[in-house]
Unconditional design. Structure first.
Length: 151
């Protein structure tokens, strides 16, 4: 039986509009996305990504978000918080809590979709930035590591 939190990419549980953001983060050594949502109007939810990484990398993501928002590269305010996994490791949540609910309807939804692509581009471009330390996750970056933790 598949676990959607472990096998999300394999069985298609990563929603298409948030997938570029997840792909950009998962392409970085030591980073692994755990959960995500592209945001929905019918069941109110905002876009978010939860991932595991080193604290050093998470701090760099925080700085990237702040810098991008300051220079107007992102339309919405993105906040980053952390909490503990059952194993005691930290997981990081990046979300846009201030998106108005009417932005999820078709015409305005394009703004959210463009924002998610901008976020993916921001994370992808960060791989070329030598000032960002990419410390490898202590347990590696593989599905089998996550499977062991979920069990």
């Amino acid at each position: 039986m598949c676990d959607p939190f472990v096998d999300g990419i394999v069985i298609g549980y990563i929603e298409p509009k948030i997938l570029p953001v997840c792909d950009a983060l998962n392409a970085i050594a030591g980073v692994r996305t755990l959960w995500s949502c592209e945001g929905h109007a019918q069941r109110p939810s905002r876009p978010y990504i939860v991932f595991e990484s080193s604290e050093a990398f998470a701090f760099q993501v925080h700085q990237l978000l702040e810098s991008a928002m300051d220079r107007g590269a992102l339309r919405y305010w993105w906040r980053m918080t952390a909490n503990f996994r059952p194993s005691g490791r930290l997981q990081w949540l990046v979300e846009a809590p201030t998106i108005p609910s009417w932005h999820y309807w078709p015409i305005a939804r394009r703004k959210i979709d463009a924002e998610l692509l901008a976020l993916a581009t921001l994370f992808s471009a960060s791989q070329d930035d030598p000032s960002i330390p990419y410390a490898v996750h202590p347990l590696g970056n593989s599905i089998s590591d996550m499977t062991n933790e979920v069990q």
